[in-house]
Write a new protein. Structure first.
Length: 397
C-alpha cells in the first residue's frame, strides 16, 4: 500500500514552496469560517406548516413506519412549543455545521490552498447554505449521518469503515428512504474506489450494497402507515399548538400512482417550471466545476476512464428522484454534496489528489467561484434563491 492511499498526517513538503497568503494573518485565520457564516445566514424559516417539522410527530407508536426514526427519537417529549421546535431544528443544523468542520478540519484549517479549497466548495449553493436553508428538512439529519460515514472511511481501516458505514446507511434509511438514491451513491463510490485499489475485498463491498438494498426493501415493505393521516395529525395536535403540515402523511398514505400524479401536477405549474428551469441553468457551471475537479483528481491518481465514468453516474443518481418528488433542487443539491464530499475524502486520503486540488486553489480562480456562489445563494426546497426572486419579477408578487 503506497503513501498515496494513506490518510495524510502532515503537510506536503511542497507547502514551503508555495506563496504566502495574499492577505493579512487575521484574514487568513478567519477565512475558514466563511462557509459557516453563509450557512448561518441562510438558517431561518417558519415553524407552522413546515414539511420537515411534521416528521417530528411521526414515530412508531402505531407500529413501524418509514421515516419515523427522528420522531421516535423525540417521542419522549410530551409537548412541543414553537420555541422548542425552533431550538430542536437549530440544534440539528448546528450539529451538521460542526460535523462538517470536525470531519474535514485538516482542509478547513490546513495550508492556504486547503483553506481556499474548503471555503470555495463548502460555501457553494449545495453545501452549508443549502443545509441551513432547508430548515427542518430530513436532509439535514441524512447529511449528518453521511458525514459520520465519511469520517469512518477517513479515520478507520477500510474493513472497519465498511462495516460501520453499513450500519450508518441503514439508520439513514430509517430516517428517510430517499437516502438510498440521494446520498448512498457517495458511499458506493468510496467502496468502489477501495475495491478497485485492492484495499477492500470485493465481497465486502458487494455485501454492503446487498445489506443496504435489503434494508431499503424491508423498510418500504413494512413501513406503510398503519393509521390514517388524520390520526397522526390528531396525535400531533395534542403534543403541540403549532399547525402541522399533513402533506407528508398524505403522500405516505397514497399509492405510487397517486404520488406520481401529484408530482406531474406540480411540474405543470408555470411558476414551478420557471423555478426548475432557472435553477437548472444556474447549476450548469457549478456541475461543470465539480466534473472538472473529479476529472483532474482521477487523472492525477491514474484512475481508469471507467472509474471516472462510474463516479459521474453515481453522483448523478439523485436526479432520478425528480420522478418521485417535485423538490428538484434538493436532488440537484444531493448530486453536488456527494461529489464535493468525495473530493474532500480524496484530499484527505490521497496525496496526489490533494496536490491537484491545491493547484486549483491557487490564484484568483477559486475566489471568483466563491463570489458567484455567494451571489446565487443556497438551494431551497424547489429552487435557488435567485431563481425564486426571478420568478417573482417574472410573474409579479
Amino acid at each position: 500500500m503506497g503513501d498515496a492511499s494513506r490518510p495524510l498526517q502532515a503537510q506536503s513538503s511542497q507547502d514551503d514552496l508555495r506563496q504566502r497568503p495574499p492577505f493579512s494573518a487575521r484574514t487568513f485565520s478567519l477565512l475558514p469560517w466563511l462557509p459557516l457564516a453563509a450557512g448561518l445566514a441562510s438558517s431561518y424559516g417558519p415553524v407552522a406548516l413546515n414539511y420537515g417539522f411534521a416528521l417530528y410527530f411521526l414515530n412508531y407508536k402505531h407500529g413501524f413506519v418509514k421515516r419515523g426514526a427522528v420522531g421516535e427519537l423525540l417521542a419522549a417529549v410530551p409537548h412541543f412549543t414553537r420555541a422548542g421546535l425552533l431550538a430542536i431544528e437549530f440544534s440539528f443544523i448546528l450539529l451538521a455545521f460542526a460535523m462538517t468542520y470536525i470531519v474535514l478540519r485538516r482542509l478547513f484549517f490546513g495550508s492556504y490552498e486547503d483553506r481556499v479549497l474548503a471555503v470555495a466548495l463548502f460555501a457553494a449553493p449545495a453545501l452549508l447554505p443549502h443545509i441551513g436553508f432547508l430548515f427542518a428538512q430530513p436532509d439535514v439529519t441524512l447529511y449528518i449521518l453521511l458525514l459520520l460515514a465519511i469520517a469512518a472511511f477517513i479515520r478507520l481501516p477500510p474493513i472497519a469503515a465498511a462495516l460501520l458505514s453499513t450500519l450508518i446507511a441503514c439508520v439513514a434509511l430509517l430516517v428517510h428512504e430517499a437516502f438510498s438514491l440521494a446520498f448512498y451513491p457517495l458511499l458506493a463510490a468510496i467502496l468502489l474506489d477501495l475495491c478497485r485499489r485492492k484495499r477492500l475485498s470485493w465481497w465486502l463491498g458487494v455485501l454492503q450494497v446487498a445489506v443496504v438494498f435489503a434494508a431499503f426493501v424491508a423498510i418500504i415493505h413494512f413501513g406503510e402507515l398503519k393509521v390514517s393521516a388524520d390520526r397522526i395529525i390528531s396525535d400531533a395536535a395534542r403534543r403541540s399548538s403549532v399547525p402541522i403540515q399533513r402533506q407528508v402523511f398524505d403522500v405516505m398514505a397514497s399509492s405510487l400512482a397517486e404520488q406520481l400524479a401529484l408530482v406531474r401536477r406540480f411540474y405543470s405549474y408555470r411558476d414551478m417550471q420557471i423555478l426548475y428551469s432557472v435553477t437548472a441553468l444556474f447549476s450548469v457551471p457549478y456541475f461543470a466545476l465539480l466534473a472538472q475537479l473529479l476529472r483532474c483528481t482521477a487523472r492525477a491518481r491514474a484512475d481508469r476512464a471507467v472509474d471516472l465514468t462510474l463516479r459521474y453516474i453515481l453522483f448523478l443518481l439523485p436526479l432520478a428522484l425528480c420522478a418521485l418528488g417535485h423538490d428538484v433542487s434538493r436532488w440537484i443539491a444531493a448530486c453536488a454534496i456527494d461529489a464535493t464530499l468525495f473530493l474532500g475524502y480524496l484530499a484527505l486520503t490521497d496525496t496526489r489528489a490533494r496536490e491537484t486540488l491545491r493547484d486549483w486553489a491557487t490564484g484568483p480562480r477559486p475566489f471568483l467561484w466563491l463570489a458567484w456562489f455567494l451571489i446565487t445563494g443556497p438551494y431551497g426546497a424547489t429552487g435557488i434563491r435567485i431563481a425564486e426572486q426571478m420568478s417573482v419579477l417574472w410573474n409579479g408578487p
